[in-house]
Write a protein that binds this ligand. Structure first.
Ligand code: NAD
Ligand code: GDD
Length: 320
């Protein structure tokens, strides 16, 4: 039986990965500083511990473990990562998790490791227009991410690559482009736009107002969680180190995302534009490389994922 450690198993993507690996017959240990808020994890073992502590990391990584999935990070949507107020803690906390995990993975001769990087590594100056044609993996240099969160991701990408070169560790790196779906953060300040729009629409009266940060013309692409997990598993089974984009290339404005949520809900709403953290003006994933390297790319329409997400967020709103 293959063994895997999922770091950040108490979070959104890590929780879904635990379920997927269990479905595939793995023995799975999860580790997170907190319990999962939205589900009972089917992990064989779960350690509540802080990956900034090297002793915890040494305890959760077994000698010769087959695979590690490193999702643990101090992370959130625009309200968390672009406000500027959390820059130091994001860099400190996420870098420490990565420094400890990659080092121990080599010491314990782990088979392979996945690292979750982000579209936030790409330079700000090629994301100034709403009509972004798509960010290619090679666009990352010369580097100029627009957030400290992005700089930490880029540093860690390079660190994993260095451990591969110097110690022969098998690494696989993906740059996620805004992943969404059920069992993701939907309130509290760290939620990303899809969950935020679902929540605001679910809370709105018929004909009521929904607040959008900025003019709402800023664009993004959003990838449903099932395709994210599929992409990661395919990357891990391949001989491709990456970094590869794992993202949708269906770009949409935030205004249209809110209207899509309202249409799914069967409500008419009015958009109210208010000041808020914005991030880049336009972002989209370019998927030529993943198609070439893995013979696979995400294809599911955004609307399908939003329907499932609205249903789940709506339940959370009703139960809260
Ligand atoms: P998440 O916040 O739901 O999950 C991250 C988990 O890491 C959380 O449960 C958190 O408690 C845990 N964690 C943080 N610090 C820790 C520590 N010191 N010790 C142990 N656990 C700790 O986020 P997510 O959306 O599941 O993202 C997973 C990974 O993917 C992150 O590295 C994130 O930066 C990256 N990523 C996500 C997206 C996205 O849109 N969700 C986009 C790009 C990159
Ligand atoms: N979260 C949120 N909530 N965003 C809103 C809202 C709202 O109520 N209203 C408008 N927006 C706008 C934001 O201002 C931003 O321009 C856009 O929606 C997208 O916001 P998010 O989904 O929060 O984040 P992001 O796409 O800018 O960045 C996220 O994705 C990266 C990967 O693509 C972050 O989660 C990063 O941490 C992640 O790495």
């Amino acid at each position: 039986m293959k063994t895997a450690l999922v770091c950040g198993a108490g979070g959104f993507i890590g929780g879904h990965m635990v379920k997927r690996l269990k479905d595939e017959g793995y023995w799975v240990r999860g580790v997170d500083i907190k319990q999962h808020e939205f589900c009972d994890l089917p992990a064989d073992d779960f350690v509540q511990g802080d990956l900034r502590d090297p002793e915890v990391v040494a305890r959760v990584i077994d000698e010769g473990m087959d695979e590690i999935y490193q999702f643990a990070a101090d992370m959130g949507g625009a309200g968390f990562v672009f406000s500027g107020e959390n820059d130091a803690t994001i860099m400190h906390n996420s870098a420490l998790c990565n420094l400890n995990v990659v080092h121990e993975a080599v010491r314990k001769k782990v088979g392979k490791i996945f690292y979750s990087s982000s579209a936030c590594v790409y330079p700000e100056d090629i994301q100034m227009e709403t009509s972004n044609p798509g960010l290619k993996e090679s666009d990352v240099y010369p580097a100029r991410p627009d957030s400290e969160y992005g700089w930490e991701k880029l540093f860690s990408e390079r660190m994993y690559a260095a451990y591969h070169r110097n110690f022969g560790l098998e690494i696989h790196i993906a740059r996620f482009h805004n992943i969404f779906g059920p069992e993701g953060t939907w309130t509290g300040g760290r939620e990303k736009a899809p969950a935020a729009m679902c929540r605001k629409v679910a809370e709105a009266e018929e004909g009521g107002e929904v607040e959008i940060w900025g003019d709402g013309e800023q664009t993004r692409s959003f990838l449903y969680i099932d395709e994210c997990i599929e992409g990661v598993r395919r990357l891990m089974e391949s001989d491709v180190m990456g970094p590869l984009n794992i993202g949708s290339d269906e770009m949409i404005s935030i205004n249209d995302l809110a209207l899509m949520a309202a249409e799914i809900a069967g409500k008419s709403i009015r958009l109210k534009h208010v000041p808020g953290p914005l991030g880049v003006r336009g972002r989209n994933s370019e998927n030529t490389r993943i198609e070439q390297k893995l013979g696979w790319r995400p294809v599911q329409p955004l609307r399908k994922g939003m329907e499932k997400t609205y249903r789940w967020v709506g339940e959370q709103v009703r139960e809260s």
